[in-house]
Design a protein around this ligand. Structure first.
Ligand SMILES: Nc1ncnc2c1ncn2[C@@H]1O[C@H](COP(=O)(O)OP(=O)(O)OP(=O)(O)O)[C@@H](O)[C@H]1O
Length: 231
């Protein structure tokens, strides 16, 4: 996809852009930048959840633009008053798949993401990390061509982070395009094929992952990677 002059304005102020970016080519792109940089807003705009005030998002393959071909894992999982299994199965039920079949597939996805809990219990009893895994399993139900993740590992312990990263790499190898925000520099280094570095709503730097970490080009990115506080 290609973004041209994309900006998002809310309450009279620009919270993102205008920005130009080419996100063609496959793989896993990491969105980085301090709090309020615009990472969530950009992911939401790409997924069609945020009204774009100016500019254009052009999808190279129109199929990618369809909501049902995209998955989104929110920073705070969206919970439903259902069992864990029915919650994961929900997207397929929306598509008209029979409940039993949807639940069977949901069980497989739960297994795939390492969600080893009683799947018949209510979602609200899950721990924070388990809820994140549940949200990932649900986002994978439609086998998305593009997967957006907004800090999916923020509440997870080391073992769960590793599990999720392994899943993401597997999904990527299966051909799914992944765009993900993270504050975890180690995770960004481990996963990034490319990096989009945002600061104050602007795309400050876009680079191949290895290049970005080895030789960041901008003062902002250099400071961020050194752990300095960007104002
Ligand atoms: N609906 C809204 N109305 C007004 N301002 C908003 C709205 N949504 C987000 N913002 C503002 O837009 C800016 C970008 O927010 P965004 O959540 O995209 O940043 P982020 O990079 O994801 O930050 P974080 O790392 O804290 O998650 C912030 O200053 C935020 O306060």
């Amino acid at each position: 996809m290609t973004l041209t002059g994309v900006s998002v304005r809310r309450r009279g102020r620009s919270i993102l852009g205008p920005l130009d970016a080419s996100l063609n080519g496959g793989g896993l792109s990491i969105l980085m930048g301090p709090n309020g940089a615009g990472k969530t807003t950009l992911l939401r705009a790409l997924h069609g959840l945020e009204r774009v005030s100016t500019g254009d998002i052009h999808w190279t393959d129109p199929k990618d633009a369809e909501g049902r071909n995209q998955g989104f894992v929110f920073q705070t999982p969206v919970l439903m008053r259902r069992s864990v299994l029915d919650c994961i199965a929900y997207p397929l039920q929306l598509d008209g798949v029979k409940r039993a079949e949807a639940r069977e597939q949901a069980r497989a996805r739960a297994n795939e993401v390492g969600l080893n809990v009683n799947l018949d219990q209510a979602v609200m009893f899950l721990s924070g990390g388990e809820k994140q895994k549940m949200a990932l399993a649900r986002a994978l139900m439609r086998r998305p061509r593009i997967l957006f993740l907004d800090e999916p590992c923020a509440n997870l312990d080391g073992r769960s982070v590793k599990e999720i990263e392994e899943i993401l790499l597997r999904i990527k190898d299966g051909g799914t395009r992944i765009l993900m925000s993270t504050h975890d520099l180690g995770q960004a280094r481990r996963l990034a094929d490319s990096v989009l570095f945002l600061h104050a709503g602007k795309l400050v730097e876009q680079a191949i992952g290895d290049d970005f970490f080895r030789a960041p080009q901008t003062a902002e990115a250099k400071a961020y990677l050194k752990g300095e506080i960007l104002l």
